[in-house]
Design a binder for this molecule. Structure first.
Ligand code: PEP
Length: 253
């Protein structure tokens, strides 16, 4: 059974104290989580130890970093390695978020290196892909996203690929309040799964969790997560409000 994941991306928001309160409030809320459900807090680097500590004894809750270096270790001032993250209890790393691709020039090739180093360290990548508005308007989103997968993931073996979570995040829907319809999300998720199946076989493709991201909120999570190829969400803005994100967690199918 594929994992269904509610992943929060706090981005560069919240003070340490606000992050603590948010994590505490969410951990204190009531859920009926199933065996294949997982909740992930994508916290800023300085808060990772604190959040990792809080989720340590909370079954089904884990912590994600929002980035890691493509280098193993050494003279890379300001960088954080996959090995460091694992050493403080981080389980996931968000890679290839459109904001990192746009503001920090992260290419598909660089992301392939980051994926490799994350996997070598048993850190699970949440690999983000998704098209900008002009590509959607030109109706070429399927091939655009396929290239992102091909160039960053398709050097992996099937066993390695199975360690990865994919997040489809149409850039035009991130932080804009403009959500893809559940039908648009399902259509792209089914396409992504068919691309994975063509390369790795149906069985492997059916094991990969594909999250949707882009203005998911309490009011629309249930409908989007209810789509057959949508396995939860990567959530920005709405993950900063405990009451909103708690509803999103409860919307996992
Ligand atoms: C994101 O940044 O991954 C995201 C989906 O943001 P938002 O939910 O705010 O659109």
């Amino acid at each position: 059974m594929r994992k269904q994941i509610a992943a929060a991306n706090w981005k560069m928001n919240l003070t340490y104290q606000q992050g603590e309160k948010l994590a505490d409030d969410l951990l204190a809320s009531q859920y009926e989580l199933k065996a294949n459900h997982e909740v992930v807090f994508g916290a800023p680097f300085p808060y990772l130890t604190m959040v990792a500590d809080k989720v340590k004894n909370a079954e089904k809750f884990s912590v994600a970093a929002q980035n890691c270096s493509n280098k193993k270790s050494g003279a890379y001032t300001g960088e954080t390695s996959a090995e460091m993250l694992v050493s403080i209890g981080v389980k996931y790393v968000i890679l290839g978020h459109s904001e990192r691709r746009e503001y920090f020039n992260e290419s598909n090739q660089l992301l392939a290196e980051k994926i490799n180093i994350a996997l070598e360290n048993k850190l699970t990548p949440i690999f983000c892909c998704g098209e900008p508005l002009n590509i959607r308007e030109a109706e070429t989103q399927n091939s655009f996203v396929e290239v992102q997968l091909r160039e960053s993931l398709f050097h992996l073996s099937a066993d390695q690929l199975k360690q990865i979570v994919i997040a489809y995040e149409p850039i035009w829907a991130i932080g804009t309040g403009k959500t893809a319809t559940s039908a648009q999300a399902q259509e792209m998720h089914a396409h992504l799964r068919s691309v994975l199946a063509a390369q790795y076989g149906k069985e492997v493709a059916n094991e990969i969790s594909i999250l949707y991201g882009g203005s998911v909120k309490a009011a629309n999570a249930k409908e989007i997560f209810g789509m057959p190829d949508v396995d939860g969400g990567l959530v920005g803005g709405a993950s900063l409000v405990a009451a909103e994100f708690a509803v999103i967690i409860r919307s996992l199918k």
